[in-house]
Design a protein around this ligand. Structure first.
Ligand code: HEM
Length: 297
């Protein structure tokens, strides 16, 4: 239970922070949503569901982080050993699989989550906007038709057939609901994760607390694993401080992408190197002068 409920959420937060430092335009989106919903009210005055349910940006961030880096990458299943005969499965493309009793199966969530057929040519990119129907530009899969599948909406009522996302189980009318089998961070079926809604609410609350007054940036003064430094003094003299910082930040972001891609699976997915960040007062982030708000661009 400790691994199920703690490690998985900690993992998701640590990758979401990495992505928000790498792609600060999405941090602006998050900060604006927090301003809109929570204003300056302290966390002690926040209310569920009034404040939580409209926080769609947190749901999109959560889903997008889980899509790219599901903590549980290989979901193990086994055909019961005491069945009288094999089980037959028909895949969505019509292929039929015959599974004898005792067969071990491993669901490849990473493969499903990054497949261009479902997530479009930019399937490898971090883009929480893909979860908003109005800004969704990637992916070839249309929203499943009403009636195709059941989804328990946030209202708690069974919706009339909107989509898929048994594995999301928590969504709104404005958000994309991926077809069944294409988004499995919590697995699907009777033994799927019991804590998914708890995990999302915990994630959203932590994001709101952290980003209400602060912004996150890479610490450009921290020396890299192999002694790399990021700020080039000659660039500062030649190009001015802002342009030099922009270039230094881009170098650090590239290095962070290397660390991200070098992640390993140790119980859950993990980065092998430490990341150095700085929390600064919101509005004073290093990346602020050159980063556009994607919603007003
Ligand atoms: C981002 C966070 C989380 C992720 C990605 C996640 C993912 C998963 C996955 C993949 C499974 C296996 C399902 C299967 O075998 O079909 C699982 C099971 C489970 N999870 Fe989570 N989990 C998360 C958070 C939590 C939290 C916060 C709790 C509890 C508070 C929790 C409680 C459980 C339990 C009890 C099971 C076993 C369900 C069963 O065997 O019937 N999980 N989770």
């Amino acid at each position: 239970m400790i691994i199920a409920g703690h490690e998985t959420v900690a993992h998701t937060i640590s990758y979401a922070l990495l992505f928000l430092a790498m792609y600060p335009e999405h941090q602006i989106t998050l900060q604006k949503a927090i301003e809109r919903i929570f204003g300056n009210r302290p966390p002690s005055k926040w209310k569920y569901p009034e404040d939580f349910l409209p926080f769609e940006e947190a749901i999109a961030l959560f889903n997008e982080t889980l899509r790219l880096v599901p903590p549980v990458q290989s979901i193990s299943k086994k055909v019961l050993t005491d069945l009288p005969g094999p089980v037959t499965l028909t895949a969505s493309d019509g292929q039929v699989f015959t599974l004898p009793p005792g067969t071990l199966i491993s669901l490849d969530s990473c493969g499903a989550h990054r497949h261009p057929k479902y997530w479009g040519p930019a399937s490898q990119e971090f883009n929480p906007r893909r979860w908003f129907l109005k800004t969704r530009s990637t992916g070839t899969t249309k929203q499943p038709e009403p009636g195709e599948e059941d989804l328990e909406h946030i209202s708690g009522k069974k919706s009339v057939g909107t989509a898929a996302a048994e594995s999301i189980n928590f969504t709104t009318e404005n958000l994309y609901k991926p077809p069944k089998g294409t988004f499995l961070p919590f697995s699907e079926g009777d033994r799927s994760c019991l804590g998914r809604k708890f995990a999302l609410v915990e994630f959203a609350a932590i994001m709101a607390v952290m980003f209400q007054n602060f912004g996150l940036e890479f610490d450009l003064n921290a020396v890299g694993k192999n002694g790399e430094t990021w700020i080039d003094e000659s660039e500062v003299n030649r190009l001015g401080k802002q342009e030099a910082m922009k270039r230094a930040y881009a170098r650090k972001t590239k290095d962070a992408d290397r660390v991200f891609k070098d992640s390993v699976w140790v119980l859950t997915t993990q980065m092998k190197e430490e990341m150095s960040y700085r929390w600064v007062k919101k509005g004073n982030e290093l990346w602020r002068p050159w980063t556009k708000d994607p919603n007003t661009a």
